[in-house]
Design a protein around this ligand. Structure first.
Ligand code: ATP
Ligand code: MG
Length: 230
């Protein structure tokens, strides 16, 4: 069961009644965390591996900077992707699909539905990133494809299935950094097209979503060409 809490000026969603995630969040607020490794540190995103009394976790802090007005309007119209991702993750894992990393806590500082920053506590997956595998075998490609097909079947999309967003843990394909967006036919088609682009996994499903996406792409590049000619 997902629980909503208020901690300082953050709205905090946690998985289960368990307070250990809130304890870790409070440690974060008081700069009391042990960081083992920094996976990513760019202007708006920090991803770290932390060690706590409850074990290792990944802590992701995302504070988008630009296009504030646009993001504000989008959040009012469409809601909040990370909140959706939190609920989606809990749902699919309840359904028995556990390829996506578990998501334990989401803290947001909000104005109405608009989040200024996101703090996420997620499952640490210990394994090998696809980016670190030199030769991706046919059998691994088959498993990657199945993981995305199952993800779609459970009503989620990856949004960006590149080699940094899969980790092989004990020979099992795990998916990280999911999108939380509505799993429309064209978003699912985009995942399949991306699999073909990144891994040569042939997209054998050319449905309405696929044609809508390719039509939109063609239209966009046509409009770009016209603009350039002006
Ligand atoms: N749950 C996890 N378990 C293990 N490693 C992780 C996990 N989450 C993130 N990482 C590591 O941190 C890196 C960056 O994390 P993540 O993909 O969430 O950030 P991002 O900035 O959204 O990435 P992208 O480049 O896909 O936009 C990953 O490529 C991976 O190396
Ligand atoms: Mg990523």
């Amino acid at each position: 069961m997902i629980k909503k809490n208020v901690v300082n000026d953050f709205i905090v969603l946690t998985k289960e009644q368990d307070s250990k995630y809130l304890i870790i969040f409070n440690d974060f607020l008081s700069y009391n965390l042990k960081i083992i490794k920094v996976f990513r540190s760019i202007e708006d995103t920090k991803v770290s591996l932390i060690d706590t009394e409850y074990g290792k976790f990944v802590l992701k802090v995302f504070a988008p900077k630009g296009k504030k007005n646009e993001r504000f309007i989008k959040s009012m119209l469409k809601g909040d992707y990370y909140e959706k991702l939190f609920h989606q993750t809990a749902r699919v894992r309840q359904e028995g699909f556990d390829a996506p990393n578990d998501f334990y806590l989401l803290a947001e500082r909000k104005t109405l539905r608009f989040a200024h920053c996101y703090i996420m506590l997620i499952e640490y997956i210990e394994g090998t990133e696809l980016a670190d595998i030199e030769h991706i075998s046919d059998s691994l490609k088959h498993d990657i494809k199945n993981s995305i097909v199952s993800l779609h079947h459970h009503g989620m999309v990856s949004g960006d299935p590149h080699k940094g967003n899969f980790i092989i843990e004990d020979d099992v394909v795990r998916i990280i950094d999911l999108s939380g967006k509505r799993p429309s036919a064209s978003r699912k088609a985009k995942d399949r097209i991306d699999l073909e682009r990144h891994y040569g996994i042939v997209n054998d499903k050319k449905d309405a979503g696929y044609y809508l996406l390719t039509y939109k792409k063609a239209l966009r590049s046509f409009l770009r060409k016209i603009k350039r000619k002006k």
